[in-house]
Design a protein around this ligand. Sequence first.
Ligand SMILES: Cc1ncc(COP(=O)(O)O)c(C=O)c1O
Length: 389
Amino acid sequence: MTLRTPVKTRSKLPDVGTTIFTVIGQLSAQHNAINLSQGAPNFSCDPQLISGVTRAMQADHNQYAPMTGLRPLKARIAEKIIDLYGTQYDVDSEILITASASEGLYSAISGLVHPGDEVIYFEPSFDSYAPIVRLQGATPIAIKLTVPDFAVNWDEVRAAITPRTRMIIINTPHNPSGQVFSADDLQQLAALTRNTDIVILSDEVYEHVVFDNQPHHGMATHPQLAERSVIISSFGKTYHVTGWRVGYCVAPSELMDEIMKVHQFLMFSADTPMQYAFAEHMTDPQTWLSLSAFYQRKRDLLQTLLAESPFRLLPSAGSFFLLADYSHFSDESDSEMVKRLITDYGVATIPLSAFYTDGTDNKLIRLSFAKDEATLRAGAQALCHVKPR
Ligand SMILES: Cc1ncc(COP(=O)(O)O)c(C=O)c1O
């Protein structure tokens, strides 16, 4: 037997290991827990989308798509954005179809952030932002959203901006808090970035899931912010197909040029048959205009069902999520609470501390309502039985 000589590596992300998401996933599987944890829907997409993909495959659309995406799909996206938000993007040079929103985030950060730069983002946050920034040799600067309203303290942002600040990452509607930007937030952000070279990377994957008849205050609604923004969206989130891994990115051409260079060598192009199916599906604006009401019914159902539970729910203005507070009936850490909910009550949620790099524990758990009615009912019933500790 030949002895292996291990290759020495120097990790670029030495502190990144098994996340709490994996731990919870494994524990939930062992206990066959009702899944209110993940942001992935457990219901089917529109069958028309599946037949669209099937037809595209049968019509032999199985080779590389154009590098920046299928033109008819990009044209539909441009039309949608001008109709909804009022900003015109050039179909050829300012819209990119990506292999998921995650790829869009990676290509944008990698294309625009240099070693030594600083990138401001807000915690709790989606987990990929800070590691992608670090992979560029840049420094992520976390600013905590205020609790319990999960708003941005703009004075803190102003104080955190330095000559090295290259980018500010925004996420509205926000995962995990369910909070959204207001028109005033946009004004504040515009005032802070005016006459700077700061790029805004705006993760708007839940752009079509905004509740209570409120508009989505995305960067494309504000001409001055649109000029310096890269906006990321996800077909997976909009059309209940998170496994298809298709998203898109829009930005002014001088920013997009650099993003496309990374995308070209990372993916070259996104899945071809899916792009044909989305292009066909997007001829009907109802496919996105109906989404807020669809998810609002789910949010309302979960809120109603949990009215008898010991948890206090925080308001959710958008996204697939709401937060539940248990600080009045238990001193357990949020991870302990989540483990107890799985082992003793058979329901899986996510501790909010998983969204902070320093593990901040506000005694809040995140519930996903991107689930069918039976799952929401079963999950809520289990949560209603939770005993104080
Ligand atoms: C805020 C946010 N951004 C990006 C993503 C990734 O989206 P995609 O599945 O298209 O990569 C998610 C998925 O949960 C998310 O919640």
